[in-house]
Design a protein around this ligand. Structure first.
Ligand code: MCA
Ligand code: AMP
Length: 502
């Protein structure tokens, strides 16, 4: 008898169920039994490639049901799943493959030629998801690898304010404990039907949306991308939507949104980026539903959530989830009283054990007492609701994707004619924030901002590329010589403001 902490509880448990799990984009559905069987056979295909328990499997594929089967197969085989944003360039992939020591890189046919040399350089094999899937029917179900709560289930790379991206290690129990907590807190039942329109290479779409559905034995309507028309059309047969704030602002702009269309829905969840209180209120006016906003991080899964019953307060992310502790600290990491703003720290079974191969970086952010320093600035109310009021980390969140200015500045500074640059976020009506860059040319040079932007496309994912690049004479600096991003943010705050009609 084997025991695999997350696989057994999320997938194995449903292996005999003929209830629907996943409604496919083109029609038809997988039952839970279909999904578990596909994962079991795909686990054999993986081990036939030479993958052993503990090995990392990097995956950069377009959203497809088989990508979820690959995640399940990786859990079953005891491998470490390493999902990658499809927007990443081959240059960005280089670091993830070398740093993780991945042995297999699953990709799409269209990218195979770009990825194969990267994989080869680091002793890995590139294989297309379609190729792996084509071998499923002929494979026998694999044995379930034994995995305990503290064994690694996944590594998700997050950028940082300094240096290269760090691999956040997530254990079987990080994933399972958070999934069961959320399924409970949000009252998921087998009758729920989730509209799954998020990407599946980040925590939100892969762990929150998928694991909660699995933990509760609910089902999902799998969309291959976010399309407001399709989301609205599917509300008639669904009960829950999870999204980033951009989903909600785009749906609010859609003429098809109404109380009637949303009448059968039970819950709308938002997270990954701050939601403006106006959006909450507009959603309630348009649909009669109160959006439930929650707060999480790659390193911690979900930490806080507005309550299912009771007051869902716009502009807050609610109290800590059951089993999770949150404190706000000041100088010397001393806890501050309610009402005061400081660093948000979290502790609980959801918090990761550290960054892959980076013990020093881990020690900076995760104390021996288990408190993790999030880099977010927040405030707790007297009755325990957390408000995220800013970020100490220099981070832009655009449409729910994180962009670390340092990475974009380094790419800009490496271009001919550029002396130095500063990158920051400004309000954007669709994406929440947009990436903005100012560039100081080298003496005598006058680089073309459009050409600079185009040159970044070889190295940076599209969502990281600045929406605007201006040339300026000098960066604003304080007396210590530090670039004043606040001044820049204020100077360009209205760059993307919707035009006013007189
Ligand atoms: C696409 N583009 C973007 C973004 N997405 N640019 C900036 N930020 C983005 N997020 C680019 C496209 O490449 C395109 O470039 C142009 O913007 C317009 O694309 P559009 O068609 O409007 O975009 P879309 O394909 O409709 O995507 C927008 C989206 C998507 C639906 C908001 O970005 C999305 O699904 N975001 C969700 C991200 C997410 O899951 N985050 C969770 C991270 P061009 O100029 O070439 O046309 S997990 C997390 O943060 C924590 C743990 C948590 O709490 O959940
Ligand atoms: P990631 O690095 O992708 O895991 O992004 C995590 C970051 O997203 C957090 O540290 C916060 O800064 C931000 N975030 C997630 N959810 C919310 C929210 N509901 N409100 C404000 N910020 C959020």
């Amino acid at each position: 008898m084997t025991a695999n902490h997350a696989y057994d509880a999320l997938i194995g448990r449903h292996a005999g169920s003929d209830r629907p799990f996943l409604h496919r984009p083109g029609g038809g559905a997988w039952t839970f039994a279909d999904f578990a069987d596909r994962a079991a056979r795909l686990a054999t295909v993986l081990s036939d490639t030479g993958l052993a328990p503990g090995d990392r499997v990097a995956v950069q594929v377009a959203k497809h049901p088989d990508a979820l089967a690959l995640y399940a197969a990786s859990l079953r085989g005891g491998h470490v799943f390493l999902p990658l944003n499809t927007a990443y360039t081959a240059a960005e992939l280089d670091h993830f493959v070398s740093d993780s020591g991945a042995t297999l890189v699953a990709c799409d046919a269209a990218n195979r030629d770009g990825i194969a040399p990267v994989a080869k350089r680091f002793g890995a094999r590139a294989v297309t998801l379609a190729d792996l899937a084509s071998r499923i029917d002929a494979a026998e179900p694999a044995a379930i690898a034994t995995r305990g709560p503290d064994d690694l289930a996944a590594i998700l790379y997050t950028s940082g304010t300094t240096g290269r991206s760090k691999g956040a290690m997530l254990t079987h129990d990080n994933l399972l404990s958070n999934a069961t907590t959320l399924a409970d807190a949000w009252r998921f039942t087998p009758n729920d039907v989730l509209i799954h329109a998020l990407p599946i290479f980040h925590t939100h779409g892969l762990f929150v949306a998928t694991n909660v559905t699995l933990a509760a034995g609910s089902s999902m309507i799998f969309h291959d991308r976010f399309d407001p028309d399709t989301v609205l059309a599917d509300m008639a047969r669904a009960s829950v939507l999870m999204g980033v704030p951009t989903f909600y602002t785009r749906l609010l702009d859609h003429p098809g949104l109404s109380r009637d269309v949303a009448a059968g829905m039970r819950l709308f969840v938002s997270g990954s980026a701050p939601m403006l209180p106006e959006t909450h209120r507009a959603w309630t006016d348009a649909t009669g539903h109160r959006i439930l906003e929650r707060y999480g991080m790659t390193e911690t899964n979900m930490n806080a959530s507005n309550p299912y019953d009771g007051d869902r307060r716009p502009g807050t992310v609610g109290p800590p989830l059951p089993g999770v502790e949150i404190r706000v600290t000041g100088d010397g990491r001393t806890p501050l009283p309610a009402g005061e703003t400081g660093m948000v720290e979290v502790r609980g079974p959801n918090v990761f054990p550290g960054y892959w191969n980076l013990p020093d970086k881990t020690a900076e952010e995760l104390g021996p007492d288990g408190w993790f320093v999030t880099g977010d600035l927040g405030r707790l109310s007297e009755d325990g609701y957390l408000s995220i009021v800013g970020r100490e980390k220099d981070l832009v969140i655009t449409g729910g994707y994180n962009v670390y200015p340092k990475e974009v500045e380094e790419a800009l500074d490496a271009l001919p004619g550029v002396l130095e640059s500063a990158v920051f976020g400004v309000p954007h009506p669709d994406m929440g924030e947009a990436v903005y860059a100012v560039v100081v040319p080298q003496p005598g040079a006058s680089p073309d901002p459009d050409a600079l932007g185009a040159a970044l496309s070889d190295t940076l994912a599209r969502f990281k590329q600045p929406r605007r690049i201006d040339l300026i004479d000098a960066l604003p600096r304080n007396t210590m010589g530090k670039v004043q991003k606040k001044v820049l943010r204020e100077r360009h705050a209205h760059a993307f403001a919707p035009e006013r009609t007189a």
